[in-house]
Ligand binder design. Structure first.
Ligand code: HEM
Length: 536
């Protein structure tokens, strides 16, 4: 006869085989927890009623039954994933095949880029880094994921902001095209020309900030973050956050950093933050997350109350919001605003920090850029700056070795699967392509660990496979802010390199930059103290 205990075990296996094996569950994780708690409550009630009517035959304790059910559910999942899953033949850590929790645990210090690098060295080019995930360390991967004609979709990660939606935070292809069109207008070449005076004003303020240090060491991470955030405030919302002027962090930045820090360990399993958002929205980092979103919303609310003579990025979204009759338009605006604040600042800041770290590390390259700048009639000539080979070689080399987006960006293969360089990846598999490791592949670059800006112009033989270089992504999901970002980076480099010699602060050799770098959606480099000495 079937006992209560054996029924619980059977239910666990059936729940896996009939229910959980199908589809995605990350958006329902809170509902699942609640329904399982309700089940426990129901079993207690049943036991009480049973005890009244059948007092001589007690039912098993509800906690025992739920534990048996859960153990059999998770055992069934683990056995299936290790021995029967369609990805079982791919090499990788055994525990990662069982659950993404292993990846989360390994990323607990936000060193996701090192975790994946280690797994690449241990397991090769195609590594199973999750139950249904393959991480690919091959130059061809970006084209395969996002290149022309691809049928992949964005992964569950992109549901992070749900119910808010934005160009990046949507997995619906049609909606993505629609939302991306607004970004493309807001960041077109002609729009950037309009923002040019604002960008230049912020570059001047940064130059003054650094000049005021008068050869005293400056924490360049801080200066570049202030610059990036102040600049974003200006071209996004026509608002001055005043960090460079006040030489002080805006208090909201701590909220931002605390909120985004959760993505270091939890990006591999997005259901964990979703669970926290549902159950403890006012506690721990979930609280920072909602405060961050609320700050972004307030920036947009303030901006919507103003009428301005010049266009800023927000004006494109406000125009769309006013014209739209869609019932979700408030959520779209909120999602795009959060994207604008984070993508518009948290990517430029690390890129600039890394670039100046390399300037200090390689004085010969710094001097080459200085010589190049002398050929320009104006240091504010963005077209001229875009053509300087050594400056742009340095920027490329910086983004190759220390990309602002170290590991982020996952896709899911279409039902028919995908073949990458002769390896078939079954349908429904999540793909990951970590830029940090791919930028250092021997198959893509000669002397991959050396900093050689010339490989981007006079020594092209040092690039073996150009497809490996995608700091801004490729195809129709690539970065819409690329031109704006590069314009800012070049202008800052020109303004500071033309005026200063740049060295590490006494007693420092910059080793913390890479040693202490964290992977928290964007790269968070370790402290880099520099001295800027005015040129003769
Ligand atoms: C050095 C600076 C930057 C880097 C390295 C960078 C990198 C990237 C990458 C790799 C992606 C693709 C992400 C994915 O695969 O899902 C992306 C997308 C995006 N970036 Fe950037 N970004 C930078 C600056 C900016 C700026 C300044 C803005 C806006 C002001 C911006 C706005 C966006 C948006 C909206 C998307 C989503 C595009 C889409 O949904 O189709 N980025 N960026």
């Amino acid at each position: 006869m079937l006992t209560g205990e054996s029924l619980a075990v059977l239910s666990g296996v059936l729940a896996h085989r009939l229910v959980f094996i199908h589809g995605e569950w990350h958006l329902l994780v809170a509902t699942l927890v609640v329904s399982h708690l309700a089940l426990l409550g129901g079993l207690y009630a049943l036991r009480a009623v049973w005890a009244e009517y059948v007092p001589d035959q007690a039912l098993p304790h509800p906690v025992t039954l739920v534990c048996l059910y859960l153990s059999s559910l998770f055992s069934s999942i683990a056995v299936y994933r290790v021995f029967f899953h369609q990805l079982r033949h791919f090499p990788g850590p055994r525990l990662a095949a069982v659950s993404k929790l292993w990846h989360v645990w390994r990323c607990r210090s936000s060193r996701g880029h090192h975790v994946l690098e280690d797994w690449h060295h241990k397991y090769g080019t195609f590594v199973r880094t999750g139950p249904a995930e393959i991480t690919i360390f091959h130059p061809a991967v970006y084209e395969a994921m996002d290149g022309p004609g691809n049928q992949n979709t964005r992964s569950d990660w992109y549901d992070l902001l749900q119910p808010r939606i934005s160009s990046i935070f949507t997995r619906d292809r049609a909606l993505h095209i629609q939302r991306r069109a607004i970004w493309t207008h807001a960041l077109s070449s002609s729009a950037i020309r309009e923002y040019h005076p604002r960008i230049l004003a912020k570059v001047r303020t940064l130059t003054e900030l650094i000049g005021a240090q008068k050869s005293h060491p400056i924490l360049i991470n801080e200066a570049m973050y202030w610059f990036a955030f102040d600049s974003m405030g200006d071209f996004a919302f026509s608002e001055d956050f005043g960090m460079m002027k006040n030489k002080k962090w805006h208090r909201v930045i701590f909220t931002f950093r605390s909120a985004l820090a959760l993505l270091g360990p939890f990006s591999p399993a997005i259901w964990i933050p979703r669970l926290a958002f549902a159950f403890i929205p006012g506690l721990w980092w979930a609280r920072w997350w909602f405060r961050m979103l609320s700050f972004c919303d307030k920036c947009m609310e303030r901006r919507m109350k103003r009428v301005l003579p010049d266009k800023d990025i927000a004006s494109f979204f406000i125009q769309d919001h006013k014209a739209s009759v869609n019932e979700n338009k408030a959520l779209w605006l909120s999602g795009d605003t959060a994207t604008l604040v984070v993508a518009g600042s948290d990517t430029n800041a690390p890129t600039l920090t890394h670039l100046f770290y390399f300037f200090a590390r390689y004085p010969d390259h710094l001097e080459k850029v200085y010589q190049e700048l002398a050929s320009l009639s104006s240091l504010e000539d963005t077209v001229g700056l875009a053509k300087l080979p050594h400056l742009n070689g340095m920027i490329n080399e910086t983004m190759r070795l220390l990309p602002a987006v170290l590991t982020f960006g996952t896709r899911v293969t279409p039902p028919e699967g995908l073949t990458i360089e002769g390896t078939f990846i079954p349908g429904g598999t999540k793909l990951c392509a970590p830029r940090y490791t791919i930028g250092r592949l021997e198959s893509a670059y000669a002397k991959p660990h050396e900093f050689i800006p010339e490989r981007w112009y006079s020594q092209p033989e040092l690039i073996r496979d150009r497809r490996a270089f995608a700091p801004f992504g490729v195809g129709n999901t690539s970065c819409v802010g690329k031109n704006l970002a590069l314009t800012q980076i070049r202008l800052v480099a020109a303004a500071l390199v033309s005026r200063y010699h740049i060295n590490f602060a006494p007693g420092s050799n910059g080793e913390q930059v890479e040693r202490d770098m964290k992977d928290q959606l964007t790269a968070q480099p370790g402290a880099c103290r520099l001295v800027f000495v005015e040129r003769e």
